[in-house]
Design a protein around this ligand. Structure first.
Ligand code: GDP
Ligand code: MN
Length: 397
């Protein structure tokens, strides 16, 4: 689960990480109130208006703007809220902006040497350890830095049993070229950042830029936070931060129904039980000249109700030209699943307009095929994997 910048910053701040302060607003009037409040709280005279969407690169897309007066806060907020913001990380149509974060301006006017760093915390899957990745080259695409100047990216791996050790935090600060007060601030920053990462069961923190002001403050100007979904049950407060508007609508609905669904770009919908079988079914679709429209694991209980929900979800995707059902009946008998498919089909009336190919294999597969063939419904029943592929090819034409 991803957080918005403002939510991520609040999370960091609750663990003692210094942040650029801000107040979120969902209309331009509230944005002005937020700016006034920030002026009182921080003494800032300029503000930054930042679009809150789940995508980076907002600056480049026109979603981060400096406002030098309350009037500018108002006009900029008005133009950003409601816009479709396109950035290098969104789709071509962009993402709708529902709220802006009004921030204190931390790049002091006249500050000629603000330093921008890059810092992230993530799991190194190769070593099975968390690591801090950091660079002096902040404020720009880390991918570009990695390509052109890889020697300017440092990593520090953390022993999971011991945790981040003081010498490691100092090393990070030294490698960033810091000394004096800024060095001390950076040590504190890194240490609390890592604590926040572990305590919130995060899977990614990316702070770009981390800013050093001319008076040696170190603070997070941006935040990208991803939390581990499997650990959310022990962070009820964080789970509530989920913004469903940012997520794929069909995926949200499928998840609510307990289905494991991932939306893809292809033309053949698939309904499968078990993730491994789903993967090989997607390969099969590709081999038969189609492209999978989704990944869908209905799980162990492929009863009529679940099958119907799965059909409805697959059919929400207008690109679906055919549906392939590939279910292995082990504990769940194939004839039960076949009856479920028939019931769902009948129940849906004429909602199903695309050809359906069903391959049931396992316990009572023969009875299942007989049931479907005898139903008189527009369902093509096969028993072999290759047959299913041939039928997909045939119906796609
Ligand atoms: P991103 O483009 O989505 O990564 O959004 P960021 O939060 O990183 O903001 C983009 C850029 O806006 C930063 O790299 C900064 O250069 C600039 N920016 C952010 N905060 C301030 C600020 O307080 N003052 C000024 N002048 N610029 C800022
Ligand atoms: Mn950024």
């Amino acid at each position: 689960m991803n957080l918005h910048e403002y939510q991520g910053k609040e999370l960091l701040n609750s663990f003692g990480v210094r942040i650029q302060r801000g107040i979120v607003a969902d209309n331009h009037k509230k944005a002005v109130e937020a700016a006034k409040q920030l002026a009182i709280d921080t003494g800032t005279g300029w503000w930054v208006v930042k679009a809150q969407i789940h995508a980076g690169g907002r600056g480049k897309g026109g979603g981060v703007k400096l406002a030098k007066s309350l009037a500018e806060v108002e006009t900029i907020s008005e133009s950003i809220i409601g816009m479709m913001l396109k950035t290098p990380q969104t789709s071509a149509e962009g993402k709708k902006v529902h709220q802006v974060l009004i921030c204190e301006d931390v790049y002091y006017p006249g500050d000629n040497e603000p330093e921008e760093y890059y810092m992230s915390v993530l799991l190194n899957r190769a070593t099975g350890r968390n690591m801090i990745m950091y660079s002096t080259e902040g404020g720009m695409d880390i991918e570009t830095v990695a390509e052109n100047t890889p020697h300017l990216i440092f990593t520090e791996e953390i022993d999971p049993l011991i945790g981040l050790q003081p010498f490691q935090a100092r090393k990070v600060a030294f490698n960033l070229g810091l000394s004096g007060g800024a060095l001390k601030e950076m040590i504190k920053f890194v240490t609390s950042l890592y604590t926040a990462f572990v305590k919130s069961d995060a899977s990614l923190f990316e702070i770009n830029p981390v800013l050093k002001t001319s008076d040696d403050k170190i603070l997070a100007v941006d935040s990208k936070v991803a939390l581990d979904d499997n650990a959310l049950y022990r962070h009820k407060d964080l789970a509530e931060l989920r913004d469903l508007r940012e997520e794929n609508e069909i995926e949200v609905e499928a998840n609510a129904a307990g289905l494991n669904y991932v939306d893809l770009d292809g033309n053949v919908g698939c309904m499968v039980n078990g993730a491994g079988l789903a993967m090989s079914t997607m390969d099969l679709i590709k081999q038969s000249g189609g492209e999978p429209a989704n990944f869908l694991d209905v799980g162990g209980t492929a009863d009529a109700k679940r099958v119907e929900i799965a059909f409805r979800i697959i059919l929400k995707d207008p690109n679906v030209k055919a549906i392939l059902v590939n279910i292995f009946g082990g504990i769940v008998r194939c004839d039960r699943v076949a009856q479920g498919i028939i019931d769902a089909f009948v129940n849906m009336g004429d909602a199903i307009k695309v050809p359906i190919i069903v391959r049931l294999q396992g316990t009572n597969a023969i009875e299942a095929k007989q049931l479907i063939d005898a139903s008189g419904l527009n369902v093509i029943s096969v028993t072999e994997f290759q047959e299913a592929a041939d039928k997909v090819k045939e119906v796609l034409g």
